[in-house]
Design a protein around this ligand. Structure first.
Ligand SMILES: CC(C)(COP(=O)(O)OP(=O)(O)OC[C@H]1O[C@@H](n2cnc3c(N)ncnc32)[C@H](O)[C@@H]1OP(=O)(O)O)[C@@H](O)C(=O)NCCC(=O)NCCS
Length: 379
């Protein structure tokens, strides 16, 4: 799409997601205008009339501590009068083709409904885990050591990204994403957010009514984790609750004095593998896992095939196996491969009908792809 289409896109968004304020619309225009030239906003047109749109965000995603470029699909919208006629599916097929053409090996999205995305090869992979804690509960976390915290702003985007790269590699995370520098700069402008940066972590949070809403909190050491959560918890004389996206095994849950019934809202996200060889090569794996497996992927949209996976020393490779070479292995649908890549156990995949064929590699695949993927960001 071109800048001339943006008014029509805003109308489409209003009809799909509800009205927004003038300042939100202005921020949205500033965010999307630069990506139009990169072919990262696709529209379905009937003649000159815009019927549907979707955006391909340029994100970085970590898998077992290794970063790779990832197409984050957002703003999938079909005009109300055009829904239920296959327009959304047609749009998503173009999105998958475009994401592959841009060179990304994986793509993710937060689905408002599953079938349209499942139909083009996306499968449920992970979640944004939002925990709701009584603000009082954070009072028990005591700082340890001296951690230098400073306020950050738009000029700190590059530094923040380098903190993410260091911390996510060291903690071997799967799932978290980072915006590009331009987008971080826009987010770091937000007037009502409180933004603090440490050498190995940061926090972004704000008030929401009587509660504190944490946007993201990342820490690479015990001292920084304590310092950042203490900072957030210092609002507890006024705030009722703190709502924060966390890892399913986030250290804050082990810093709390009490844990019992926990309120966690999981907002699910789905993943698609766009390029088998590149996706396997760009992912990280547990260093002690050394194994081989043969998989056949059935992918009517992008074309499947058979690969021999070789995992060792924390790296992986997928070597194509010629047809008729006699190698038999596990058979995965495109959705099954997406779920396997995201650490869903092979037993689940077989029982859910996403995987069939030879079982001899199942334990090796479970060991190599083991992950509990999550995201802090939403898009
Ligand atoms: C969701 C949306 C994009 C679907 O577009 P569409 O053109 O109606 O979709 P299609 O006609 O191609 O249908 C694709 C599949 O999704 C299903 N589907 C469509 N809308 C659905 C809904 N609201 N709830 C559940 N399933 C839905 C269809 O039944 C079809 O499934 P099938 O292939 O198993 O028959 C469209 O309804 C929309 O813009 N909704 C409002 C905004 C929104 O929710 N966007 C998604 C943000 S992640």
């Amino acid at each position: 799409m071109t800048p001339d289409d943006l008014d029509a896109v805003l109308d489409l968004r209003k009809r799909s997601f509800g009205p927004t304020s003038a300042s939100e619309r202005d921020r949205w225009r500033r965010a999307v205008t630069p990506v139009l030239g990169e072919g990262r906003y696709l529209g379905v047109f009937e003649g000159t009339r815009l019927a549907a749109a979707a955006r391909l965000r340029s994100l970085t995603q970590w898998w077992h501590g290794r970063p790779q470029p990832m197409a984050g699909i957002a703003g999938v919208t079909v005009n109300p009068e055009d829904r239920g006629r296959g327009v959304g599916t047609r749009l998503m097929r173009a999105v998958v083709d475009r994401a592959a053409a841009l060179g990304d090996a994986v793509s993710t999205l937060y689905p408002a409904t599953t079938p349209i995305y499942r139909g083009v090869g996306y499968e449920h992979a992970g979640a944004q885990h939002n925990v709701r804690l009584p603000a009082e509960a954070l009072r028990g976390i005591r700082p340890s050591g001296q951690v230098k915290l400073r306020r950050m702003g738009p000029d700190d985007a590059a530094e923040l990204i380098s903190v993410l790269h260091r911390v996510y590699a060291a903690t071997r995370v799967s799932g978290p994403v980072s915006w590009d520098e331009r987008t971080w700069s826009l987010w770091l402008e937000a007037e009502d957010d409180f933004l603090y940066l440490a050498d190995d972590g940061f926090v972004i949070y704000r008030w929401k009514g009587d509660d504190i809403l944490v946007d993201s909190l990342v820490a690479g050491s015990a001292e920084t984790a304590r310092a950042l959560w203490t900072l957030v918890g210092s609002a507890s004389s006024i705030a009722q609750h703190v709502i924060a996206p966390v890892a399913p095994d986030d250290p804050v849950l082990w810093l709390l004095r009490e844990r019992g019934k926990e309120q966690v809202k999981q907002v699910r996200w789905m993943l698609r593998v766009l390029d088998v060889a590149a996706a396997v090569e760009r992912r990280g794996y547990p260093v002690p896992a050394t194994c081989e497996a043969v998989i056949t992927v059935e992918d009517p949209l992008l074309g499947g095939g058979t690969w021999r996976l070789e995992i060792s020393g924390g790296s992986g490779a997928a070597v194509p196996v010629a047809e008729g070479a006699g190698a038999s292995g596990a058979v995965l649908t495109a959705n099954g491969l997406a779920a396997l890549y995201s650490g869903i156990p092979t037993a689940t995949l077989r029982l859910a009908g996403l995987m069939s064929g030879d079982v001899r590699y199942d334990e090796a695949l479970d060991m190599a792809f083991a992950a509990r993927p999550y995201m802090l960001e939403y898009f």
